[in-house]
Design a protein around this ligand. Sequence first.
Ligand SMILES: [Cu+2]
Length: 151
Amino acid sequence: MKIMFRITALLFAAAVAQPVLAADCEFTVGAGDLLKFDVAEMSASAACSTVKVTLNHVGNLNAQVMGHNWVLAKTSDVQGVAGDGMTAGAASGYVKSGDARVIAATAIIGGGESTSVEFSVADLVVGGDYTFFCTFPGHSFVMQGKFKLDA
Ligand SMILES: [Cu+2]
């Protein structure tokens, strides 16, 4: 009887866990006219076939003045990616084309706009040190957060 109860409890836990796992594959991040994402940390599940991140610019300033994007890289690559992005310029969305250090990157958007990116986490390491950031000139130093991949 006790065993039966345990099995039922496990099945129930599995059923409840399902939607939580699905939610770990999709994220929404907001940023306004300040150099700040409204999310400090994201934890995605390694079980996700792809992860989708939607960036909403909830501010009023346009992309030339206060553009934002969402870029993911290893924490050790943040400075290099942001520096090369700045050199690449606005026409490239402040991301160097073909930059192998970039795991994922959205377009640069301005106030009231929205964009998203979908990427595979197959090559990411569970527990690895990843950072998401904005490569608009001058933003990456403060506009960033941690990205974690959970088993
Ligand atoms: Cu920005």
